[in-house]
Design a protein around this ligand. Structure first.
Ligand SMILES: Nc1ncnc2c1ncn2[C@@H]1O[C@H](COP(=O)(O)OP(=O)(O)OP(=O)(O)O)[C@@H](O)[C@H]1O
Ligand SMILES: [Mg+2]
Length: 327
């Protein structure tokens, strides 16, 4: 195990940011921490990268304790933090040189790697441009290869694609896969994008309020919800009665916010028939119906009763009814 974490806890003046988490990551894995804002993702990364001392518990990287052997740890890791930390007035090449020198590499060692690294992220032709002229995606790409200069065994990526357009996001995923498969780098990343966790990670740890809700391969997490499809229904009115009736009819309601209800069903056509006849009986219109496969978002809702995206959204009253019906 290249990362070993045991009962790790971090408190900030009485606020528990990380609440006694334990997990481990195998060498060569792409491991993702998936959770909403404030879940404790950055705090965990900061502890694992020796930037922050834990309140209690232990963490080891490649066998070295992050508190007792920080130098040994730092030599083996690379960190791409949530905020960009490039020097805008330096060129791409100068930024890499600067970073390499911080790690004690010789000028020659650095120069010999620069073009190869810039090539990975397709920035070779911008090597002599000042970084402040770069787009957000270009900066992110430069940061990604910057951490490879000192040939780390593990890289920590804190929200690697936040704020980027879908196309740039996909390219960054490709680069992350490349560092993992071609260079054998273990990747620990945090994200609040379900799709990112699903597409990229070998295993995902779902975290909320500083606690681990579950850890597994994305497919296996989804199978926890049971075999079947998600039927999403949006109603025009009489939503509360509708949800209650569906529940009483024995359907597994996964979530209900406002007039949107999600039901898990092995045979979605049976649900559809029931939905239409129920709407008819209540005299309400159906705004939309869709059928889809479960996602990690559904897994998160399953554990927390709320969406990872919009904490505050939704009608709590209906959600409460749905919760009671589930139990
Ligand atoms: N330096 C600090 N002082 C006080 N509280 C902090 C500090 N850093 C983090 N926290 C608190 O710890 C909790 C977890 O924060 P953290 O930054 O780890 O969350 P996160 O999962 O990275 O969220 P985001 O997705 O918004 O980046 C939050 O409640 C936050 O307010
Ligand atoms: Mg964060």
């Amino acid at each position: 195990m290249i990362i070993e974490v045991e009962r790790l806890r971090k408190e900030f003046n009485g606020v528990v940011a990380v609440d006694g988490i334990s997990f481990s990551v195998e060498r060569g894995e792409i491991f993702g921490f998936l959770g909403p804002n404030g879940a404790g993702k950055t705090t965990t990364i900061n502890i694992l990268t020796t930037l922050l001392a834990p309140t209690s518990g232990t963490a080891r990287i490649a066998g070295y304790d992050v508190v007792k052997q920080p130098e040994q740890v730092r030599r083996r890791i690379g960190l791409v933090p949530q905020e960009v930390v490039l020097e805008g007035d330096l060129t791409a090449r100068e930024n890499l040189i600067f970073h390499g020198m911080l790690y004690g590499l010789s000028r020659q060692q650095i120069e010999s790697r620069i073009s190869e690294l810039l090539d990975i992220v397709e920035l070779e032709d911008r090597a002599e441009s000042k970084v402040r002229t770069f787009s957000g995606g270009m900066k992110r790409r430069l940061e990604l290869v910057k951490v490879l200069l000192h040939e780390p065994e593990v890289v920590f990526l804190d929200e690697p694609t936040v704020g980027l357009d879908p196309q740039t996001r996909r390219r960054i995923w490709e680069y992350i896969r490349t560092l993992n498969t071609e260079r054998g780098v273990t990747v620990f990343l945090t994200t609040h994008y379900m799709e990112e966790a699903e597409q990229l990670c070998d295993r995902v740890c779902i975290i909320d309020h500083g606690r681990i809700l579950d850890i597994d391969q994305p497919d296996r997490l989804k199978h926890r919800l049971g075999e079947g499809e998600m039927v999403e229904i949006e109603l025009a009115e009489r939503c509360e009665e509708f949800v209650r009736s569906l529940g009483e009819a024995g359907y597994r309601i996964k979530s209900a916010t406002g007039c949107r209800v999600t039901v898990v069903a092995e045979r979605s056509e049976r649900v559809l028939a029931e939905v239409f006849s129920l709407a008819d009986r209540l005299g309400t219109g159906i705004v939309s119906i869709s059928i889809r496969k479960p996602t990690l978002e559904d897994v998160f809702i399953h554990y927390t009763g709320r969406s990872i995206r919009d904490e505050a959204a939704g009608d709590t009253r209906i959600r409460e009814i749905a919760r009671r019906l589930k139990h």
